[in-house]
Design a protein around this ligand. Structure first.
Ligand SMILES: CC(C)(COP(=O)(O)OP(=O)(O)OC[C@H]1O[C@@H](n2cnc3c(N)ncnc32)[C@H](O)[C@@H]1OP(=O)(O)O)[C@@H](O)C(=O)NCCC(=O)NCCS
Length: 143
């Protein structure tokens, strides 16, 4: 497996993967908008093709993981953990002090992934999602 940064040229492919695999994923307009904004990054994992990616934003030293997604056929092989770890390394190199993220209360695979990556739950956002589901807020200090 190799990891490389994605660019606006990859937005179409990412939007297709989101649409096919993740109901909360971003569409092409949202991805293009994000890539055109400073501080947005996307890191992809490749075997023969793109099998997963993580997207994150860094503003004033504080980072947010927006999404991490691994194709169903490649799950439970450590790709998610590696993407979070590579993202952390990159953010540390950019001087980030902490990473925040929100995850659906019912998204046990993602919650387990973030806990395993050293994130701590710091709060809950009631009815954060459009369908009324709560979000758990996780944080990891990098310093
Ligand atoms: C969450 C997701 C990215 C995990 O990717 P992955 O590559 O399968 O994760 P890993 O193989 O690195 O797993 C790391 C750990 O996460 C946890 N985990 C992953 N999938 C899990 C599952 N289905 N059930 C319970 N725990 C799970 C486990 O603790 C696992 O470690 P283990 O395999 O040693 O038990 C993947 O399931 C996914 O793409 N889900 C849909 C998109 C999504 O919900 N993203 C999160 C948005 S906030």
């Amino acid at each position: 497996m190799t990891y490389r940064f994605l660019s606006i040229d990859d937005a179409k492919k990412m939007a297709k993967i989101f649409a096919e695999n993740f109901s909360d994923g971003w569409n092409l307009d949202q991805l293009n908008g994000a890539f055109n904004t400073g501080g947005f990054y996307a890191l992809g994992c490749y075997t023969d093709d793109l099998v997963g990616f993580i997207t994150y934003t860094l503003v004033d030293g504080v980072a947010d993981i927006d999404d991490v997604l691994v194709l169903p056929s490649n799950r439970r092989k450590g790709v998610g953990l590696n993407l979070v770890s590579e993202c952390e390394k990159h953010l540390k190199s950019l001087g980030a002090s902490k990473i925040m993220l929100e995850v659906r209360l019912g998204n046990q695979p993602a919650i387990s992934l973030y806990k395993k990556s050293g994130f701590l739950q710091i709060s809950t956002r009631k009815k954060y999602y459009f369908d009324g589901e709560d979000a758990l807020v996780f944080q990891k200090e990098l310093l």
